[in-house]
Structures are given as structure tokens and as C-alpha cells.
Design a protein around this ligand. Sequence first.
Ligand code: PRT
Ligand code: ZN
Length: 226
Amino acid sequence: VDKSSQRLTIAIQKSGRLSKESIALLQACGFKFSLHEARLLAHSSNQPVDLLRVRDDDIPGLVMDGVVDLGLVGENVLEEVRLERQATKLASTVQRLRALDFGQCRLSLAIPKEENYTGVKDLEGKRIATTYPYLLQNYLQQQGVSASNAILTGSVEVAPRAGLADAVCDLVSTGATLEANGLVEKEVIFRSQAQLIQRPEPLSAAKQAIVDQLLPRIDGVQMARE
Ligand code: PRT
Ligand code: ZN
């Protein structure tokens, strides 16, 4: 990415739960893109704007490092990466521009349905499977509970049955996945939705002008959908 470029660069998830709605929102705001499945970069044909399509986990760091100007990402990923980068002394600030009306979910603690549960203290000394070790430990610390992580990048919900963990800390939207795996949600530790974020350093005047035009359009699109 050419940082001196006058083209505004926006990072979005390449393929996943946020992709369609991220592109749809930007299109509804008037940006035209021709998307080729295999390509990392998509140029707008009517604005000096480029889309960078990456794994969602990479979006917060790219924005925090100023490699891209804006990003659309779930708050869960944003906060996890922020905590991780804070712990490792990397740049971890962003400007939050807008909460977006998609990607709603919650990060919750769940346990096998046959287990008794009286409160979060019951997790003391237990092992919890998660993809979000920093958000989990941040919560447990606030609750004064010490438990260990089993960090998995997928299939978190099968960990208790597989004997890898006593509980899970995973994203939930309808709850069907937990239920299908014999798990019961006990604590919501973080509520999330997609966010529009901007790099911490000021933008060039040309890029700022595009953002100034984009924000009221997002507000208008989201208001119309309410
Ligand atoms: O490849 P890449 O790293 O980009 O994608 P990913 O696999 O990490 O992420 P993806 O596409 O699954 O999710 C992207 C973002 O969507 C998440 O970071 C959240 O901000 C948001 N989101 C909203 C969700 C869900 N809802 C959701 N339900 N992300 C994941 N889930 C999963 C959850 O992990 C569980 O496996 O869906 C299952 C639970 O769904 P229910 O409906 O059965 O409860
Ligand atoms: Zn991811």
C-alpha cells in the first residue's frame, strides 16, 4: 500500500459474515466497486477509494499502524487485538467513527448442560476454550477468577466434549450452535457489532473530505433501515 497515495484505503473482511454487508453499505453510500473474487485490492471507479480485502483479524492492526485509513470490523475483534497489542507494546489506538447496524453478536461463557452453575466463581481453576484469550482473561480478572485458556482458532464449541476444556467462551448470535453441542450460555462477557474505525494519525485534506462526505451518508443509510 502506497501511504502517500491520495486514495482513501478501506479494509474490509474478504469473505465471512461481515463481507456482504460491508460492501453493501459502501455501495449504498455511492461508491462503485468492481470486485474480483481473487483480488486483494478493489478500486472504486467513481471515487479515489480502494478496498483492501483481508482476514477480519488483520483489520484492527492495519488501521492502528496507519497502513490503511479506515476499517470495518467487529468490535470483538477490535477489542481483542487492542488488548493483545497493548500487552505487546504495539500501537493500539484507533478513532471509532460509527457503530454499524450489522454483525451483532455476543461473546459468552457456556458450559455443558449437565454441569451445575451458581456463578462465574465456579470457573475457578477450570480450563476455558476460546478464540478470544485477551477478552476472556480481561473479564475473568475483573471477576477475580483465575482460569486457564485453551486457545483454539476454530471448533471451540466441541472442546468440552473432546475433553479439551471445561467451558467455552465463544461468539453467539442465535444460540443454535451452543445448543447443538449440549452447551448452555451462562455469562455474556462482551456485546459486539461492526464498527467503522479510522487510523489515529490525521488524514490528508483530500482523504478527510471523502470521509466527511461518507459519514453523513452512512447515517442516512442506517437511519433509513431502522
Ligand atoms: O476468515 P476471517 O478470519 O476473516 O473470518 P472469521 O471466520 O474469523 O469470522 P466470521 O466471518 O465467522 O465472523 C466475522 C465477524 O462476524 C465476527 O468477528 C463477529 O464480529 C461477527 N459475528 C456475528 C459472528 C457471529 N455473529 C457468529 N454467530 N461471528 C461468528 N459467529 C459464529 C460463532 O463463532 C459460532 O460458531 O457463529 C456461531 C454461533 O452462531 P449461532 O447463531 O449458532 O449462535
Ligand atoms: Zn477471523
